[in-house]
Design a protein around this ligand. Structure first.
Ligand code: ZN
Ligand code: ZN
Length: 378
């Protein structure tokens, strides 16, 4: 902690040439500032007895106060990201991210409490147990009877790590829900109108809505995913997902917390803002949980024909392959035609990758992997 504060002060007091425009210093500084303001506003909402002076109570009741908290926290995230990308030292951007994350965890603008209520059972520990039991009940037996790697068992190497990832993302479902919906809320609050268009979208048959959501989110996901492969700083986060050396339904859970938050936030924008009905959204969210487990699952079946149209385990296993030809291919998670169109498709008939992982040494353990993107060199 002391070491971290030292790094932060040193970065804040960096020599003037390391502070100019384009070095990420201003972005980092304002990200921290907005992070503090956002956190203060959330605390004021949350603990009125401590922080709520009568004058503040009047401000809090203003109509724009909650949207303003959203804007402030989002601004802090955005600037922190810019700073992290531009700046070799990560202390400023990282501090701001932590501040904004705490503000989000404490409930953000307050929308999170309502959201969690709306989504019923999707909550913390219950969610973890339910999620694990449901997915495990589906996949553990079929991996046992129809395996691709026949010798691989349920409790293979690093299963504890992947289970811990499962636990964390389920326990943090509240924070993740907030982070996932915040960008969409911001888009909705500025776009305002288009009510007629949204009503039209929501009046389509349910199946059509779900298919459209799959297409839109996969398109957004494709470019997000591709950026996480091509931008070196972002790759540090995504390398964690690719560090899995064994593929099965549990391996998909291994993903850096910040990547999950960003991925969900960005992919949720089209599905949340265009007017799809809550039922369509819930079906899609359930489907994507099962589908992403399926893609990583240790399941046999070449599906040479089918795999050209919908993503299959073998299609995504190539994305995780160690071979040279498996580098930066198959970014789609639903529709391989996206990779065909954008020139990243690889699906050799009947062949599977020999091994999985990344050439670089990603450390073991949740904490070390959490810090990995910030410590990684080159
Ligand atoms: Zn990837
Ligand atoms: Zn994957």
């Amino acid at each position: 902690m002391a070491g971290f504060l030292k790094a932060l002060t040193r970065d804040l007091e960096a020599p003037i040439e390391a502070r100019g425009f384009g070095t990420g210093w201003f972005a980092g500084f304002f990200a921290i500032l907005l992070g503090c303001v956002g956190l203060g506003m959330v605390l004021a909402l949350r603990y009125p007895a401590w922080l709520g002076t009568p004058a503040l109570a009047a401000v809090k009741n203003l109509e724009g106060f909650r949207p303003a908290i959203h804007a402030v926290i989002l601004g802090s995230y955005a600037l922190a990201l810019i700073s992290l990308i531009l700046r070799p030292r990560k202390a400023l951007g990282f501090t701001a991210l932590i501040l904004a994350l705490i503000a989000g965890l404490l409930g953000g603008s307050g929308a999170e409490a309502r959201e969690v209520h709306d989504w019923g059972i999707f909550f913390g520990l219950d969610f973890f147990v339910l999620n694990l039991v449901m997915t495990g009940l589906i996949f553990a037996p079929i991996e046992r009877f129809l395996p691709h790697h026949a010798k691989q068992r349920l409790f293979r190497t690093e299963w504890r790590e992947d289970l811990f990832y499962y636990l964390i993302s389920s326990m943090m479902v509240q924070a993740l829900t907030f982070l996932a919906f915040a960008p969409s809320k911001a888009v909705l609050s500025v776009s305002g109108g288009f009510a007629g268009f949204r009503a039209l979208v929501g009046s389509q048959p349910l199946v059509l809505q779900v298919i459209e959501i799959m297409l839109l989110t996969d398109f957004v996901q494709y470019w997000f995913h591709r950026a996480f492969h091509r931008v070196p700083f972002l790759w540090g986060f995504h390398a964690v997902h690719h560090s899995a050396k064994a593929m099965d339904w549990l391996a998909g859970a291994r993903m850096h917390f910040f990547e999950i938050a960003a991925l969900r936030g960005v992919t949720a924008i089209p599905m949340m803002t265009l007017g799809y009905t809550p039922t369509a959204l819930q079906i899609y969210i359930g489907l994507v949980y099962v589908y992403s487990s399926l893609l990583h699952a240790n399941l046999r079946g070449d599906f040479d024909r089918l795999g050209r149209f919908v993503a299959t385990p073998r299609f995504h296993h190539w994305h995780h392959g160690l071979e040279k030809e498996a580098v930066d291919v198959n970014f789609a998670i639903h529709f391989p035609f996206l990779d065909r169109v954008f020139g990243t498709y690889y699906y050799p008939a009947g062949r599977w990758p020999e091994g999985y992982g990344v050439p670089e040494k990603v450390p073991n353990g949740y904490v070390a992997q959490f810090l990995y993107p910030f410590r990684r060199k080159g």
